[in-house]
Design a binder for this molecule. Structure first.
Ligand code: PLP
Length: 404
């Protein structure tokens, strides 16, 4: 990775407690390059107006920028623009998916299948949908190595399973799930497949058609884009069957006092004034990642993950969760330090300027599966350097010496 990339991220010049910031929490949210900050600011400075409703030139320009951003994101994931719905983030996208699929396809006695490794954002919307529809929620197991138990998934997949929702990459274990193979199996059972791609689209080359899913959700803020913007991708024929989650302005064709007809996708799902500046910022983020090349982003992430894994596995006081092979992982490693609470580890690392995540990472059932209440997580992105990973490992030894 080109060293000059770091210069594009103004926040990385910060110091914490007198030490240069080592930011190892990109799985929670990524930092923003100047190009993204400027794209958003420029829109407010030069082209700001509401979209889709004005006939004047400024409104047309704002609409072009907003729709241009949709086209950039679509091409980033190998999709068509009319298949890309802007949401506030992965959470909203998955809620939209659960609402729409529930209303359309799920009846009392049906089943919805998730996995034990889901983020709460890909669990609670399905819990709620199953409760509303009188359906049963089941979960495919995770093996001790942190992989999806494919046999268990096969056992739980039946003609009653209306939806399978699973993560592409686990935000705790790092596991890259074989989504294309699993989706093919699910489709043979007549099941619709929803993929939480919050941790994959930012880090791996993802082509939604190769993924083979029916709906795919991800967030802008984890891929160098702004907060408040995310995506639900869906095949247009499927999106056309789903009802909206939010009703209101700009998502309708005809409105009478007692009834209304919905617009076609994606407008149907974007009721109200959308996050316009954020969408434009996300378009700039897609441009930035594309200029680096997603193969290079992946290669760099794998190199850093290999370095961190190697260092952590070589320390007897550390337990690592998830696959041992960096090729089977996203750009993150979760671990525990023997007898020391993850919050204490993170607090002491912070004293050295190193920011890692400690907690259950919004995956309580998964932590319960491994018999722990919480873990530490270090995660990496395009601006992370091997030197930073080495500094983290050396600082971890000092934490261990201080608290053992
Ligand atoms: N799914 C996974 C795997 C995640 O890692 C996250 C964020 O941490 C989410 C869903 C939720 O994303 P957001 O908070 O952007 O809606």
């Amino acid at each position: 990775m080109d060293e000059r990339i770091r210069d594009d991220f103004p926040i990385l010049r910060r110091h914490e407690h007198g030490k240069p910031l080592v930011y190892l929490d990109s799985a929670a949210t990524s930092m923003k390059p100047g190009a993204v900050i400027e794209a958003e600011a420029d829109f407010y400075r030069k082209s700001y107006a509401n979209v889709r409703r004005g006939v004047y030139e400024l409104a047309a320009e704002a609409t072009d920028l907003y729709e241009g951003a949709r086209a950039k994101v679509a091409s980033f994931i190998g999709a068509r623009p009319d298949e890309v719905v802007f949401t506030r983030g992965t959470t909203e996208a998955l809620n939209l998916a659960a609402w729409g699929l529930g209303e359309t396809y799920v009846d009392p006695g049906d089943e919805v299948l998730v996995t034990e490794m889901e983020h709460h954002a890909n669990l609670l919307p399905w819990q709620e949908m199953a409760r509303r529809q009188g359906a049963h929620l089941r979960a495919a197991a995770v093996t001790q190595d942190g992989e999806l138990d494919r046999d268990d998934l096969r056992r739980k997949l039946s003609p009653r399973t209306k939806v399978l929702a699973l993560a592409h990459v686990s935000n705790v274990l790092g596991t890259v799930n074989p989504v294309a193979e699993v989706a093919a199996e699910a489709h043979r059972a007549g099941t619709r497949v929803v993929v939480d791609a919050a941790q994959s689209v930012p880090h791996l080359p993802v082509d939604v058609r190769e993924l083979g899913a029916d709906l795919v959700a991800f967030s802008g803020h984890k891929m160098l884009g702004p907060t408040g913007i995310g995506i639900l991708w869906g095949r247009n024929d499927l999106l056309s069957e789903l009802p909206p989650l939010l009703t209101g302005g700009e998502m309708v064709r005809e409105v009478w006092l007692n009834w209304a007809t919905w617009d076609s996708p994606p407008a149907r799902f974007e009721g109200g004034t959308p996050p316009i500046a954020q969408a434009i910022g996300l378009g700039a983020a897609a441009d930035y990642l594309r200029a680096i090349g997603m193969d290079e982003v992946r290669r760099h992430g794998e190199e850093l993950t290999a370095l961190a894994l190697d260092g952590l596995l070589g320390r007897p006081y550390v337990t690592v969760y998830g696959p041992r092979d960096p090729a089977l992982r996203g750009s993150l490693v979760s671990f525990s330090v023997a007898g020391i609470h993850p919050h204490d580890v993170a607090t002491l690392l912070d004293q050295e300027g190193i920011a890692i995540r400690a907690g259950h990472h919004c995956a309580q059932p998964l932590h319960r599966r491994f018999g722990i209440p919480a873990s530490c997580r270090a995660s990496f992105y395009v601006y992370t350097t091997p030197d930073e990973v080495e500094r983290f490992l050396a600082a971890l030894d000092r934490v261990w010496e201080a608290l053992r």
